[in-house]
Design a protein. Sequence first.
Length: 365
Amino acid sequence: MSTTMFRRTLLTGVIGITATLAACGEKPASKPAAKLPETVTIAAISYTYQGKPTFNGLSQVVINQGWLEGELKKKGVALNWLPVPTSVGGPLINEGFAAKRIDFAGYGDFPALIAKSGGVDIRAITSSGQGNNAYLIVRKGLEAKSIEDLKGKSLAIHRGRPWELTLAKLLDSKGLKLTDFKIYNLNPQAAYSALAAGKVDAVFTLSEAILQEDKGAGTIIWSTKSNPEWKMRTGLFARTEFTTQNPELTQTVVNAYIKAAHWASQPENRAAFLELASRGNNPTSVLERDYANEGGDWKDHFSPIIDQGFVSHFDDVSKYTFENKLVQKEVASRDFIDPTFVNKGIDELGLTGFWKETPVTGPVQ
């Protein structure tokens, strides 16, 4: 289903509801304007840079542009940014959503879906691009050229993190399972230390693998550059209660992220974006290699579109987390994804057709 079909489906539903009301001779009851909240709080993964928090990806671009803060100020609403360290990212954001301490958050597919399955009513309202690469790196001196060569050996991965599904798809494509390996559930930093010390044979992780290779700790033997449809996905998520009660504020927030994505998409802003991104864990040289040799246009790395590729990915995440007992309830994408705001924002900002859609993924068999 294309983005255009998404819009048609949504429009058809609205027309149907309107026609039903008209046939019954009823008019929606007028309600007094709801009081706007004093503050909009957005949580995002952050790092410490020169003694101050700097935020991951497009959130820092939104801050630097200042447009969102200015628009909210016109409405008498303050903007609050909540920095979230990577070490506690998903769980802390989920706690914030559950306690209604935050209204929006930029983070990954697994923790967001775990929250939704656990009864926290949130929805994905924009994509944060076409995904993040995952890498398989083997320890120094190990003669392994493929995942098949690692069968029976030790493999470190942080279980329950978004790149676990990517590993599952790689294994599935080769007729392998997690049980074919000695799995060590380690957070990335612990995994890198174990790799450098030769205590594990391989680590499945994100772009930090490039930095570990540069340090001489190991050799990358596979990445999602060969299978881009397997990348992990991130997005902007929101409390459903907030979006229902404050649709105009929600649209303002979404438009700010679309504007940030459009800025980052410009080739002339590539160096500036990479400099911002390098304030996190990886230097610019690593980021350049992470983005290199992927094909397609630079701008498509930042597509906010909620397309069928995005939806099918979250269907895969829901199925995988449920079947592997990471959640107790399987979540339907229609209850978890709302393209309304991003579709409207793209139209309002004159960016229809600027970004291309992502390919549909396939579930782990």
